[in-house]
Design a protein. Sequence first.
Length: 491
Amino acid sequence: MWKPAQRIKHKVSPGRWPTAAEIRSSLWFSPIQLGQSRLEQRTWVPAMVPWRATDEGKVNQDVIDWYVRFAEGRPGAIVVEATAVRDLPSGPLLRIGDDRFIPGLQELTRAVHHASQGETRLFIQLIDFLSIRRRPPAEKYFRQFLKITDTHRQKLNMPDAKEEKIREHLLSLPDEKLDEILNESELESLRMGYRERVTDMALEHIRSLPQILPGLFAEAARRARDAGFDGVELHYAHAYTMASFLSALNHRDDGYGGSRAQRLRLPLEVLQKVREKAGVDYTVGCRFLSDECIDAGSDPDDAVYYGVEFARAGMDFLSLSRGGKFEDAKQPQVGWSAYPYTGRSGYECMPTCISDEFGPFGRNIEPTSGIRHAIREAGYETPVVLIGGIHGYEQAEAILQSGDADIVGSARQSLADPDWFRKVKLGRGGEVRSCQFTNYCEGLDQKHKQVTCQLWDRQALEENPDRTRDGKRRMLAPRWHANSETVFSNK
Ligand SMILES: Cc1cc2nc3c(=O)[nH]c(=O)nc-3n(C[C@H](O)[C@H](O)[C@H](O)COP(=O)(O)O)c2cc1C
Ligand code: SF4
């Protein structure tokens, strides 16, 4: 992963933990209303893909165990991982693109509601993504994939040569020469792997996205409601289709790109259709970017505009993330696809404790606060969710007290210790297992391996040193019992 040049090592320091009495007067552990959903507390576990679904995109026992483990910490809300609105094979990622997925999802909602004793609201993140291929070996690219054009013939000065000869010649050329002969998209397909964009207007299925996506999201939301989810989070963030419509790089010329208002058009049409299908009384929010963190991408001013318009359109909550784009992703190895968390924008999404002078623990506070204030000035009360480097009570409570956000959540800290909200609430913060922000988990995600936390694995290793490294990866966080003695201490 990309790292800032300064390489300053920041200390993970959760700060002072509150007493149970302080918790009773805190904002973080006070209720809030999101549309029709009441959260018992303003704690939140955002979407995290654990790579545990079946290859057919269905819920299995591993998926249930994973979310039940988070539910045992009884956060105000959990957002289930990015779940595909299309019914297309995409490996062990959850899908909701057909009614046959409903029974499994229903089991999941029942299990989570039961495990949290009804305290946790369960939302599901709905995603659409475009096609991306693995980086091909050069031989395969030139011999099979590349379409030989007149431009190639002209630039190579081989007007009458057989196609086979041109392919072999291209294969023999050094990189600098290929830069002159191949166009930008051919070079990208060779060096990064082919990737579709929302601006590929020559492709019919891309041109027609605005006609197709509202219906797909709406049906998915209806299924989410039928399966017992308390609401849906529309995934308008990171590197995926809807975020690409919002991006300043979206120059579509069909009324769905160009100006901010036109870039926002499809996300609003999706919302409208979701409302029609899932019901006006169903909780619908979205996740979008406070800053794309890429050259010529959308910036915090765009995000303020989007935030106010989403609030005006009736979103029930807005969850802010940042970065996580393909545009600055590192070149993948041959046989792997590009991963949108390897460049600077990826770092901004999931910063590690090796950072610049600003550090990794609150990079999203300022832009999120700007969005929330603009929404309030426009006269809307839409709750705003802040995520990014949160791992302590004082930090979270200060954000809420100063009006920077309405809900404060954590992904990696909740992964490191799914019981942490409960421990804090019970006045036992000293027992929290603090995330070290090293991104071992994110490395597993990148390799499409089942996600675990380094700290669980380390504990397993200490408990049983004879087994091989791989056998020691534990699939769930170590147990914690609220009525037990301290089993883990930070001190
Ligand atoms: C393993 C892993 C999987 C993730 N999957 C998703 C996802 O499905 N959808 C999403 O919006 N964000 C996803 N994220 C990003 C997190 O929700 C969160 O925005 C990010 O980790 C920063 O928050 P943190 O500092 O509290 O970890 C993922 C993060 C991790 C570590
Ligand atoms: S592996 Fe665990 S400790 Fe490391 S960043 Fe991920 S959640 Fe935190």
